[in-house]
Design a binder for this molecule. Structure first.
Ligand SMILES: Nc1ncnc2c1ncn2[C@@H]1O[C@H](COP(=O)(O)OP(=O)(O)O)[C@@H](O)[C@H]1O
Ligand SMILES: [Mg+2]
Length: 353
């Protein structure tokens, strides 16, 4: 192959490109990447530059198994959102990251349209049921008190489903609104866990399982938003009860602060562990998508909206933390969240937001 200088090639390419060296530092960054990152990260650890969890995961995975990975993420700049697709190519000890701006192909309007279509569909299902039963109550069941009681019971369930859906939609939009401002109040995580487990104890009992909490002696405090972190824990524990209840119980644990490579800082890890049937691997990456359910029918029956983990993901983004799933079919699921113990420094804030 004819020799052509790599830097000339990289300079002329419009896509942002980064090369990560064996030492995990950025060894090459082309001008398009500098324009996107707003600074030159050459010589710095790549985690400083690529702050997007999806992208960091792709780099991690590519380096682990030596195969190409792709990741997609949104960058919010001012009032506009840009969609990027990253191609991560490991080669020996180096890793090439090519970012492609796909905003035009994947324009935000189409995402919104999909969302509205999904919401309408989700709202219509319980609404159709309600309308059907109202008609029956006004007609055939008019003089049948037994049928009336049964139908009213079903209507209450459907109305409750509607209410939960509206609650979750509002919650999602509120969380999205606050995502750009990082919360700073000190939050005692043991207290957050205690409140969530107290609230969910009755549900656990009904599901014939039990909750156990494992926490270190000393207080575990992170900068955060207590109400939102409680929402996270509530969601994760509720999922473990709904989808992973067994006699073995569910363990909620706080792990003492430790350096987390993926976030390049000290973090506290919280885990919610069940020994249920687990989640097949192909679903894991999609769990945080809005309305995504592993088993559409079963999960709907459980009363889930499919929005819980989407809300959790946004709250974790706001806390500059991470959400990780680890599941083995037939053995159970462990969901972890990582929360930084201190607010990051300025350099990290200037990377891909
Ligand atoms: N601990 C778990 N074990 C098995 N499946 C789970 C677990 N947690 C979540 N899931 C799956 O992930 C899907 C998405 O979860 P979530 O966003 O909270 O929605 P839902 O409102 O349905 O609970 C669930 O419908 C379920 O299929
Ligand atoms: Mg849920």
């Amino acid at each position: 192959m004819p020799k052509f200088p790599l830097d000339v090639l990289l300079k002329s390419v419009k896509s942002p490109i980064l090369l990560i060296g064996e030492d995990q530092r950025i060894s090459l960054q082309n001008p398009a990447a500098t324009a996107l990152l707003k600074m030159d990260f050459t010589g710095r650890n790549y985690i400083n530059a690529l702050r997007q969890p999806a992208l960091l995961d792709a780099v991690d995975q590519a380096q682990l198994d030596g195969t190409q990975k792709t990741a997609r993420f949104l960058v919010q700049t001012g009032n506009t959102d840009q969609t990027f697709e990253a191609l991560v190519v490991p080669d020996n000890k180096q890793t090439l990251v090519i970012l492609e701006d796909q905003s035009a192909e994947h324009d935000i309007n189409s995402v919104r349209r999909d969302f509205v279509a999904n919401v309408s569909h989700e709202l219509r299902t319980p609404l159709t049921a309600l309308l059907g039963f109202i008609e029956t109550l006004q007609g055939p069941a008019r003089n049948d008190p037994k049928a009336q009681e049964r139908f009213l019971g079903i209507m209450a369930v459907e109305a409750d489903r509607l209410r939960r859906l509206v609650d979750d939609l509002l919650s999602l939009s509120r969380v999205e609104e606050t995502e750009r401002s990082r919360p700073t109040n000190p939050v005692d995580l043991e207290e957050v866990i205690r409140q969530s487990t107290e609230l969910l104890e009755p549900l656990a009992k009904t599901a014939k399982t039990h909750l156990q909490v494992v926490a270190p002696e000393q207080p575990m405090v992170v900068p955060g938003d207590a109400a939102q972190l409680q929402q996270v824990l509530h969601n994760l524990i509720e999922n473990a009860i709904k989808y992973g209840a067994t006699e073995a119980g569910i363990t909620v644990a706080i792990h003492p602060p430790a350096y987390e490579r993926s976030l390049q800082q000290e973090c506290i890890r919280l885990t919610v562990e069940d020994q249920g049937s687990g989640i097949p691997e192909r679903h894991l990456v999609r769990l945080t998508e809005r309305f995504y359910r592993v088993d559409d029918h079963r999960d709907r029956e459980m009363g889930g909206t499919g929005l819980g983990l989407a809300i959790v993901k946004h709250i974790m983004n706001r806390h500059r933390g991470r959400l990780l799933f680890d599941s083995t079919e037939g053995q159970g699921t462990t969901v972890s969240i990582l929360l930084p113990t201190v607010i990051e420094n300025l350099i990290r804030q200037s990377s891909i937001p």
